[in-house]
Design a protein around this ligand. Structure first.
Ligand SMILES: *Cc1c(COP(=O)(O)O)cnc(C)c1O
Length: 403
């Protein structure tokens, strides 16, 4: 079908997008999907032959390219090859998978863990397997899309509470009919705003109303807690989360997702979740890389400390320059620009001065809250951060975002 000769809703949707993209490209404002030619030492990348400072990576601890992790991946290829024999339940389970799951369980201080081929698939699988018609799943308004999709897919009653608003969460919990299964689910660190969930209150309310508690730790593992174990360690509330979900694609430089928790829960997911039963296992190199990465985090705690220092440095510099960084206290740093246009303009200036950083605009965030979303890494050096701050401040003034 030629999309130019029909005029249905699909065609219009595609055309609206195509026009917007063309407008951005014509004005040198399109910076998505840039091909990175090389990753150098964690915090620098090569793009079209130009070396740039990386401020859009989720490799918070700078573990991409770590020699121990690369070596583990290569050895796994030598031993197992590059693929699996199919799904985990049948011939796809390798010893490196069970080793990885034991490593995750030990890291998260749980009895067991189960892995999936992506974090996205993990959230879909877990929420839709545990929750069903008639149950209630209560989700923070700013939760990641994969959580939202999992909730919708589950067929459960889907209720959202105002972002990090514990009064609203309690109200939603009170509205659940007596005797009905319920789950509270939230990001530990929010991926757009960089703020941390009011975890002590969430724990308290989940207990009070007898709800299952699920935490998505995509941006908190390696970031929060003295040893990088995440939200429970950060607040000194070990053992309070029922379903500890995380990804292997951010701080852990691999791909995949996991859930850690009680043995029975994990065993149930292994036998009831469709993404486990009907989708192939994580490739051996990636499983081995992830397995080694958890060990590196424990062996090199200086990375967590350095990330903390770098995030504080970057946040303080932006605030001093007059930027609104919202409520971020982590390595995810929104630089509020108000309009989409300003966010694109700020991105262009940064990109032209060798900062690899990207904007988040509507509809990903509400209209008027467009921003640069910068991430800080343990592998940044203080002088690199100072350079980035200088570029952002100068551009911010020229565009009129700050005085
Ligand atoms: C990235 C992310 C995911 C998805 O993880 P992938 O491994 O990239 O599929 C899930 N939840 C949150 C909060 C994320 O930021």
């Amino acid at each position: 079908m030629d999309i130019h000769t029909t005029d249905d809703a699909v065609t219009r949707r595609i055309k609206y997008f195509t026009d917007r993209e063309r407008m951005l490209r014509e004005n040198d404002l399109y910076f998505y999907n840039q091909p990175v030619e090389e990753i150098r030492g964690g915090a620098r990348v090569l793009v079209r032959g130009r070396e740039m400072g990386m401020y859009a990576s989720y490799s918070y601890l700078g573990l991409i390219g770590h020699p121990r992790i690369n070596k583990a991946a290569k050895e796994a290829v030598d031993k197992f090859g590059t693929g699996t024999n199919g799904v985990r339940t049948l011939a796809g389970t390798l010893t490196i998978h069970t080793e990885l799951e034991e490593t995750i369980a030990a890291f998260k201080h749980t009895e067991a863990a189960v892995t999936y081929s992506s974090g996205y698939a993990t959230n879909l699988a877990v929420i839709s397997t545990l929750m069903g018609r008639g149950d209630y799943v209560i989700s923070d308004k700013l939760n990641h899309a994969s959580i939202v999709d999992g909730c919708l897919m589950s067929g459960a009653e889907f209720r959202r509470f105002r972002h990090n608003d514990m009064e609203d969460l309690e109200k939603r919990l009170q509205q659940v009919p007596e005797g009905v299964a319920k789950m509270v689910v939230a990001d530990a660190v929010f991926s757009m705003d960089g703020d941390v969930i009011d975890f002590p209150r969430v724990v308290e309310l989940s207990k009070k109303y007898n709800a299952w508690l699920m935490m998505d730790e995509a941006h908190s593992v390696g970031v929060l807690g003295k040893t990088g174990r995440g939200i429970e360690e950060h607040f000194g509330l070990e053992g309070t989360v029922d379903i500890k979900m995380g990804t292997l694609s951010k701080t852990i430089p691999s791909v995949g997702g996991y859930v850690a928790g009680k043995k029975e829960l994990v065993q149930y997911l292994r036998h009831a979740s469709r993404a486990y039963i009907f989708s192939a296992a994580i490739p051996p190199a990636q499983a081995a890389a992830a397995n080694e990465a958890f060990k590196v985090i424990l062996d090199e705690p200086w990375r967590i400390e350095k990330l903390r220092q770098n995030a504080d440095h970057f946040l303080a510099g932006l605030k001093e320059a007059g930027f609104d960084t919202m409520l971020s206290t982590t390595a995810i740093v929104p630089v509020l620009c108000d309009t989409d246009e300003r966010a694109f303009a700020l991105t262009r200036q940064c990109q032209h001065q060798d900062l690899f950083v990207l904007p988040v605009v509507s509809p990903a965030v509400p209209e008027g809250l467009a921003r640069l979303r910068a991430t800080v890494l343990a592998s940044h050096e203080p002088k690199e951060i100072d350079y980035a701050l200088g570029v952002i401040e100068k551009a911010g003034k020229e565009i009129g975002i700050i005085q």
